[in-house]
Design a protein around this ligand. Sequence first.
Ligand SMILES: NC(=O)c1ccc[n+]([C@@H]2O[C@H](COP(=O)([O-])OP(=O)(O)OC[C@H]3O[C@@H](n4cnc5c(N)ncnc54)[C@H](OP(=O)(O)O)[C@@H]3O)[C@@H](O)[C@H]2O)c1
Length: 344
Amino acid sequence: MAPSIQNLGWFYKNEGVQQPAMQSLFLTGLTLLGAYIFTIWFISYIRFLLSLYVLPGTQLRTFGSPSKTWAVITGASDGLGKEYALALSKAGYSTLLISRTASKLDAVANEIKQKFNTPTRTLAIDFALNRDDDYARLQDAITGLDISILINNVGVSHSIPVPFTETPEAEMETIVMVNCMATLRITRLIAPGMVDRKRGLIITMGSFGGLIPTPLLATYSGSKAFLQQWSTALGAELAQHNITVRLVQSYMITTAMSKIRVPTVFVPAPRPYVRSVLASIGRSGGAQGFMYSATPWWGHAWMQYVTNCFVGGHNWMLLRYNVWLHEGIRKRALKKRAERKKAQ
Ligand SMILES: NC(=O)c1ccc[n+]([C@@H]2O[C@H](COP(=O)([O-])OP(=O)(O)OC[C@H]3O[C@@H](n4cnc5c(N)ncnc54)[C@H](OP(=O)(O)O)[C@@H]3O)[C@@H](O)[C@H]2O)c1
């Protein structure tokens, strides 16, 4: 007979222990364990709420005076990068804008000049090519600049969800070169100056895809998992030099990458999203338990918190759901492609 609360007498008799004393010991142990688990959960819940809604973030000027220092933003010609560039210019920082298309960078630089009249420079580099010459041009461009903020924003994903076995090699290479290699090489050029000056902020755009393995976006998902680990390690290395490193964990935002146009609570527009990142430096938001990381947008933070509490990122149901979701997106995208081809 298996022991249960009702038939523990069988167990106690065999063990020669007094039944009431053992029973109350068992119940007390159970109660203490429950109280311990509840307290841990309650503390994490309160920390989550304080971090998301109450505690202020570190002021940007802590990392360097806006009127005297520079912010470098990659992928600055569109989407989130453009919003980072506008927000930091509005805060008074001089900006170095980097991305692939010179004409788009010029348009953003003109907008900054017109709206905020802060110094701004542009540098067109195709990071997918991983050319030493381009990084030498970047080195020249930053020489002599007091860079207090680096936004490692540039990132690319698969053009449509695709099984790994069918992923074009060029797409795989582009994702790794842009998301991983460019982030490493740019940070390697800029971080030493921050170390010398003993101040700085390095923000890197991660993704929920780096936390929750995402089938049919496997290479992108892996590249963001790489950034999660790299950035966390970097955060621990640079903390002693008074440099703040943050990996921003994010679900979708209405940009060209997500192909979603209408913002919702869970898929915000780039402007409020970037505002939430810059207003909460030093707070982890939904990224409770992740060192040097943050999930600042409240809709994303709740998604992450609830998933972590009740399901967990590596849950098989979540993985199956993700397969089903991305297979559906792929089917619709292929259908659209075929229709477009027919219409031509
Ligand atoms: N949007 C989302 O739902 C979402 C969710 C989670 C995480 N993220 C992350 O957030 C970051 C920004 O994403 P986003 O949605 O703003 O992307 P986006 O709207 O597609 O903009 C991408 C930016 O990167 C530049 N870029 C692309 N390929 C490049 C290359 N080979 N060399 C140099 N620059 C290149 C683009 O420049 P051009 O204009 O010249 O092409 C553009 O400025 C990415 O790291 C992304 O992974 C986004």
